[in-house]
Design a binder for this molecule. Sequence first.
Ligand code: ZN
Ligand code: ZN
Length: 118
Amino acid sequence: MTNARFDIDRFNMVNEYGEELDRNGYAPSILNKKADLCQVCQRRMGVLQRHEVFHGSNRKKSKRFGLWINVCHSCHYRIHNGDGKIDKYLKEDAQKAAMEHYGWNEYVWRYYFGKNYL
Ligand SMILES: [Zn+2]
Ligand SMILES: [Zn+2]
C-alpha cells in the first residue's frame, strides 16, 4: 500500500520528460526568457503573474509542459480581454518552442493540444 501511494505521488510530481512539477502542477517554464520581466512588454510592473498560454481545457497541459509565462497585470488583462492578437501570437510562439524543446512533430502536438496554431 505504501509503495502504491508513493508511485501515485511520484507520478503527479513529474511530467512525461522527468521534469519536476511544483506543488501546483507547474513544470519550469520553457518560454520565460527573462523570468523577472513581463514576457510581453519586457518591463517589470508590480508583481508578475503566471499566464498559461493554452488556457481553458488545455490549462493543465500548459502547466505540465512548462507552457506558461510571467506577465504583468496590465498585459495579462490585455491577453484575456483584448482583440486576441497577443493571445494568438503567444500560442504560435509556444507551439514552436514546445515542438522544438520536446522534439514533437505536428501529430504529437495535436495529440496533446488538439489544434495546430501555426
Ligand atoms: Zn507587461
Ligand atoms: Zn492568463
